[in-house]
Design a protein around this ligand. Structure first.
Ligand code: PFF
Length: 439
């Protein structure tokens, strides 16, 4: 069977942007940019995302494209080309990033379930009559969340079932423009609120004392890796569907730019509204599930704001979650020759069943999130970079990255990818462990 490809370069970029834009842009970036001193955070962030993480992105894409396989097959090929004996080891090593991203998929779909539920709470105007913090204290972790989790699984199943160009590509072509459109709509509401200016100050007022704090740099680095979905499986499999003439450097520049834009837009929607109502600009789930509903209740036009907001977050999350399911689907199909239909069904049911105990127990959920994002994901990013730039080789890697029509990297890139990028990927893993999570 011939391998599927994206219809064109634009579709490839859009799918990658879809993967990159996710909860990280919304519930981490907006908070961090303020907490770490505005411009003091943006400077290291821009440096890291364009100068370091983008190398990882290009590496993963090029690795996939060079082998026309996802991580399992690609690792296997590279080890096999060194010595037939190492073939099995390569495949086993490639399974790590695929399993890592699939484990993230398992908890991400649970969060998508909550988001869908909150979307319905928003359009039905329910925030005004409920006790918001206690609802968020009891809904996740209870059996009431299971059916919403199931709905999230079905949405992903349907998209990935249709395959690369008819499923993932098409979904992103619809989702991404709507996502940006909705954010712009929300932006108008948010910035015209009384007191919104305090929020701007929080985002942009540089607090230069923070730029000398190591934590600012550490968090910016973690954010840069996480936001570009570096984990050794997602961008790798997306790259394996890219055409040879697609310029990887230019696709990377566009993906990173769009992703950055989305983060900034999200920050400009959320933070001014938080300040306009004197709330706390906290991070993570509390921001989405407590602070935003509180804003919705107080804001003129809150019903519309809340509905559009939660829908846009669902869109951002789904365009990422499909990119977490695809690596496992591709790997399973490639190894077993079982059809896409059966594979998608099997892996969806499996993800749902493994997720059930997490639906019911928030402390287990928290542990799962920590282990997968702190240890396994950065480990996946590191092994794939190491195998590509060191074992496959930096010179062949550069050749693959330069293959398309467009900008070409000089020889310096080989040194840079091998001796700067890979050690930084080691550092990201170490810092994740030391800080208990930086992505
Ligand atoms: N980039 C996504 C975000 O910022 O939310 C998260 C992510 C997606 C991480 C896909 C890893 C991945 F493979």
């Amino acid at each position: 069977m011939e391998r599927e490809t994206w219809t064109n370069k634009f579709a490839f970029i859009l799918a990658s942007v879809g993967s990159a834009i996710g909860l990280g842009n919304i519930w981490l970036f907006s908070w961090r940019v303020g907490a770490y001193g505005g411009a003091s955070f943006l400077i290291p962030y821009i440096l890291f995302v364009f100068g370091i993480a983008a190398v990882g992105l290009m590496g993963e894409w090029a690795f996939g494209r060079s082998q026309r396989k996802g991580a399992i097959g690609a690792f296997e090929n590279v080890f096999k080309s060194k010595n037939e004996k190492y073939k099995g080891f390569g495949a086993a090593l490639g399974l790590i990033p695929v399993a890592a991203i699939y484990s993230i998929y398992i908890f991400y779909t649970i969060v998508i379930g909550w988001l869908i539920k909150y979307f319905f709470l928003a359009i039905s105007g329910s925030f005004s009559t409920m006790d918001i913090p206690s609802y968020f204290g009891s809904f996740p972790g209870s059996s009431a969340s299971i059916s919403w989790h199931g709905a999230a699984i079905i949405i992903n199943l349907v998209i990935v079932y249709f395959g690369v160009s008819k499923g993932i590509e098409k979904a992103n072509k619809i989702i991404m423009p709507l996502f940006f459109g909705m954010l712009i709509l929300l932006l108008f509401r948010s910035v015209t609120l009384d007191g919104a200016f305090e929020g701007f100050k929080y985002i942009f007022m540089p607090d230069w004392s923070k730029i000398t704090m190591s934590e600012t740099w550490v968090m910016a680095l973690g954010q840069a890796f996480f936001t570009l979905s570096l984990g050794g499986a997602t961008m790798l499999v997306y790259g394996s569907y890219a055409k040879d003439e697609t310029s990887i450097p230019s696709a990377a520049l566009q993906t990173v730019t769009f992703n950055f834009l989305a983060s900034l837009l999200a920050a400009f929607v959320i933070i001014p509204a938080v300040f306009a109502f004197n709330l706390d600009p906290n991070a993570g789930p509390g921001l989405l599930f407590i602070t935003i509903p509180n804003i919705v209740n107080q804001m003129p036009g809150g019903l519309l704001f809340g509905s559009v907001f939660f829908l846009s977050v669902v869109f951002a999350a789904v365009s990422s979650s499909i990119s977490m399911l695809e690596p496992a689907v591709e790997g399973f199909m490639d190894k077993t020759r079982i059809s896409r239909t059966k594979t998608v069904l099997l892996l969806s049911v499996l993800a749902f069943v493994i997720g059930l105990p997490l639906d019911l127990n928030m402390s287990l959920f928290g542990k799962w999130v920590d282990i997968t994002t702190v240890y396994v994901l950065p480990f996946g990013a590191l092994v794939s970079a190491f195998v590509f730039f060191w074992i496959y080789g930096a010179s062949k890697a550069r050749e693959e990255i330069n293959k398309g029509d467009g900008f070409k990297f000089g020889k310096w890139f080989e040194f840079y990818s091998k001796y700067i990028f890979v050690p930084v990927a080691v550092l990201v893993l170490v810092l994740n462990i030391a800080f208990g999570g930086i992505g």
